[in-house]
Structures are given as structure tokens and as C-alpha cells.
Design a protein around this ligand. Structure first.
Ligand SMILES: Cc1cc2nc3c(=O)[nH]c(=O)nc-3n(C[C@H](O)[C@H](O)[C@H](O)COP(=O)(O)O)c2cc1C
Length: 216
């Protein structure tokens, strides 16, 4: 693959939120997860776990749980301050119920040796506590899992599938972990909804000059 092919793959991928009813073959889902596990990850610890859900009723249960939490948040008086935006989020909260497959992405956390040293000192050393705060502001485990998810989305795109990365279901973390029988040492990071695309969304990006700076 040359760089132009890679560019085409990267720029051609879009988040897809409408799918054909067609089932996604298990081998494709398995292959995409396998490729995702080749993503860079902190310490090569590979603390991620993936649960592929193809069963319609289970996807429905997850979607209902997410919708219920969204409805509850939208019903709170504080939601009135952002009424229209909250309504939009509420309306879109569980569109993934129509996805032929969903992948729950979980992380078991990761502690580098530096974290261990810092944690041993944080109670009495303000400097160690501050450094630990820096590390916690961008957790290695979450970054590693995100690398895997980005890799998976590209793999799906190359397979002709359309997927979307969903963090909003995290609001029903407890319910989703219970529905999927997730061990207590694993945390839900996101869901990926995937299927054969039934839409061709377009998106633009800001020019790279707006977001890039060189230091010479
Ligand atoms: C960390 C993260 C969280 C996201 N969460 C959601 C979500 O909860 N619901 C949703 O519909 N899309 C979600 N998306 C998809 C983004 O909306 C989408 O990537 C963005 O609009 C750019 O569009 P593109 O993926 O087609 O380039 C998320 C994407 C990322 C990377």
C-alpha cells in the first residue's frame, strides 16, 4: 500500500449511523478486533477487552438503558438551560439499537512503574501528587484503548463496513456492564456500532495549518 492509498483509506472513513439490515459476518468482526489489538498501547500491556454483541435483544437492552439515562438527565430542571441541545442529544441517544452489531470496548486500567512510585508518595509529597495528577489527566489505559478503536474503525472501513465510535453510552456504564456480565475490574470505555452502511455522510476537517505548529 502506498501513501496515497493510505490517505484515501483514512480520509474516506466516516462515522456511519444508519445501516442495512444485512448481518455482519463474524469473521469480519473478529478480524477487525484482531487488527485493533495491534495498535500501540502503553507498555504493551494490552489491558483492553472487546465484547461483540450480535444478538438483537441484547443490543436493544443496552440501547434502552442508555435511552433511560438520557431521558432522566433531560428531565432534570438543570437541562432547561440547554434545552434544545439536550433535546437533540436525548433524541439521538439510542440510534445504535438499529446496528446489526455492537462492540463493547473495555479497559482493565494500566499502572506504569512510575504510577506505582507516585502513588506510594502522593499522600505526603505534593510534587508526586501533582505529577500523578498530570498522568491521570490523560490515562494511558484510555489512550491505548482509543488507539485500538481508531485502528478498528479503519479496518471496518476497508472491509466495506460502516461504524461509529460511541462514548455517550458511558452514562449507562453500570447497566451495560451488568447486561454484558463484565468483570468488576473492567471499565466500559465506549461502544462501536457497526454494519453495512445505508448512508454516505460527508464531513470536512479544518485545514491542518490551523491545528499544527512546528518548533524549530
Ligand atoms: C471519543 C469519541 C466519542 C464519540 N462519541 C460519539 C457519540 O457518543 N455519538 C455519536 O453519534 N458519535 C460519536 N462520535 C463520532 C464523532 O461524532 C465523529 O467521529 C465526528 O463527528 C467526526 O466525524 P467522522 O468520524 O465521520 O469523521 C465519537 C467520536 C469519538 C472519537
Amino acid at each position: 500500500m502506498n501513501i496515497q492509498d493510505l490517505e484515501k483509506l483514512i480520509k474516506g472513513r466516516r462515522s456511519v449511523r444508519q445501516w442495512k439490515k444485512q448481518e455482519v459476518p463474524e469473521e469480519l468482526l473478529r478480524k477487525a478486533v484482531e487488527l485493533a489489538t495491534w495498535a500501540p498501547n502503553g507498555g504493551n500491556y494490552q489491558g483492553w477487552r472487546f465484547i461483540i454483541v450480535k444478538q438483537k435483544e441484547t443490543i436493544e437492552k443496552i440501547a434502552n438503558a442508555v435511552q433511560a439515562v438520557s431521558d432522566k438527565i433531560a428531565s432534570w430542571p438543570e437541562a432547561m438551560s440547554w434545552k434544545e441541545d439536550v433535546k437533540r442529544y436525548q433524541k439521538n441517544a439510542s440510534f445504535f439499537r438499529n446496528a446489526p452489531a455492537c462492540i463493547g470496548v473495555f479497559s482493565g486500567g494500566y499502572q506504569s512503574p512510575m504510577d506505582k512510585v507516585l502513588m506510594a508518595r502522593e499522600s505526603f509529597d505534593p510534587e508526586a501528587k501533582e505529577i500523578l495528577g498530570f498522568r491521570r489527566s490523560a490515562p494511558t489505559a484510555v489512550q491505548s484503548t482509543a488507539a485500538a478503536v481508531a485502528t478498528m474503525l479503519l479496518a471496518f472501513h476497508q472491509m466495506g463496513l460502516g461504524a461509529v465510535w460511541l462514548v455517550s453510552p458511558i452514562q449507562a456504564k453500570k447497566q451495560i456492564e451488568a447486561i454484558l456480565n463484565v468483570p468488576s475490574n473492567m471499565d466500559l470505555i465506549c461502544l462501536i456500532a457497526v454494519g453495512y452502511p445505508d448512508e454516505s455522510p460527508q464531513k470536512e476537517r479544518r485545514p491542518v495549518e490551523e491545528v499544527l505548529e512546528f518548533v524549530y
